[in-house]
Design a protein around this ligand. Structure first.
Ligand code: MUC
Ligand code: MG
Length: 367
């Protein structure tokens, strides 16, 4: 089955409420819809979210690298030979979300060709994941109100709290307010997006020791190598590497170097093929994983839950699958629904992504 065409369609959907965190903020989902067409009439679909503050990609760069570099390499190749495709993509460094979208679109084609759901092909462990909601920067009372609304509306009881502001005591106060409002049954962990120094992080962790946090993620930069190792060595909770350890090689380096003790897996940046490499590496090393959120839209979220639910070690913890709730709209004909704190995998062959043509026409930016 040969690849005959690749569409890269930039689109923009506003957020009702922007998401703010230490390394940036998102007001509009300016993503790229990626579609891979084949000579047998099957089309694979995925979504690439540019995150310039994390990977250096922009919406324009994603379109350009696919149109100018990847598409010419892939046209005419078999859509079922992912290893060969990755051999070609890997000749270009960087561009993780562009490569990941192509990988997931190919898995979508594989699933459709086999008449099987991708989640089943990947591992088929379960049909849903518990959902964790990510709470962005705001005054403490607004963060509490958001968490309570999400809990009451969707049954979500796990929250990742964005930290990394200065003074760090503002974030400590927000986490304390969340714990007091949500009670001991809520699961809370924090993500600093490299906003604090190692010493600020250590102080903040000490002052939050009684809050029962499950994890701490990227509190300080991994590039502050010795400071980060010092922090991780004294942390009493697992320390998640997110943006500092994306590819398997980085994961190995950060874990063996003592700069992390758990890993965030994001299909938006490693697709399914490289996410499996990261996941299996973590299993082999005996390290916990969390399914992270790249501030995905509904298409990206569907990919994330398909992968997370497929694997025992990924499905063990709540996945970060709810940020699309803050978007004013989305592209799917049938919107995702989070009920009783869980999101289900889509049934049917492939990934089950059906894009609403009217919505795509409304939000696409390429004329
Ligand atoms: C996260 O887990 O850090 C914010 C920046 C980014 O790259 O992803 C989000 C969420
Ligand atoms: Mg993170």
């Amino acid at each position: 089955m040969k690849i005959t065409g690749i569409d890269t369609i930039p689109f923009a959907i506003p957020y009702r409420k922007p998401l703010r965190f230490a390394s940036g903020e998102v007001h509009t989902a300016e993503h790229v819809l990626v579609r891979v067409h084949t000579d047998e009439g099957l089309t694979g679909t995925a979504e690439a979210p540019p995150r310039p503050y994390t990977y250096g990609e922009t919406q324009e760069s994603i379109v350009a690298v696919i149109d100018k570099i990847f598409a010419p390499q892939l046209l005419g190749r078999s859509a079922l030979e992912r290893e060969a495709v990755h051999g070609l993509l890997d000749r270009t460094v960087g561009n993780p979300t562009a490569k990941a979208a192509l990988d997931m679109a190919l898995w979508d084609i594989l699933g459709q060709a086999a008449g099987l759901p991708v989640s089943g092909l990947l591992g088929g462990y379960t049909d849903r994941m518990r959902v964790c909601h990510m709470v962005g920067f705001a005054p403490a009372a607004r963060m509490v109100a958001e968490a309570e609304r999400v809990r009451d509306t969707h049954g979500i009881t796990t929250f990742k709290v964005k930290v990394g502001r200065r003074p760090y005591t503002d974030d400590v106060a927000a986490c304390r307010a969340l714990r007091e409002a949500l009670g001991p049954e809520a699961e809370l962990y924090i993500d600093g997006n490299r906003g604090w120094s190692a010493t600020e992080s250590a102080r903040a962790l000490r002052e939050m020791e009684d809050l029962g946090l499950t994890f701490a993620e990227e509190l300080c930069p991994a590039d502050d190598v010795l400071g980060r190792r010092w922090l991780v060595s004294r942390s009493t909770i697992p320390f998640i590497a997110d943006e500092s350890a994306t590819r398997a090689a980085e994961v190995t380096r950060e874990l063996l170097g003592g700069s992390a003790t758990a890993i965030s897996v994001k299909t938006a940046r490693t697709g399914f093929t490289a996410s499996q490499r990261v996941l299996h590496l973590c299993e082999g090393l005996g390290v916990e994983v969390v399914m992270g959120n790249q501030i995905d839209g509904q298409i990206g979220t569907l990919c994330s839950v398909a992968f997370g639910a497929a694997h025992r070690s990924a499905a063990r913890r709540a996945g970060e699958l709810s940020n699309f709730l803050d978007m004013a709209d989305d592209l799917l004909t049938e919107p995702l629904i989070i009920e009783d704190g869980a999101l289900r995998v889509r049934e049917g062959a492939g990934l089950g992504i059906a894009v609403d043509p009217e919505k795509l026409a409304r939000y696409r930016q390429d004329g």
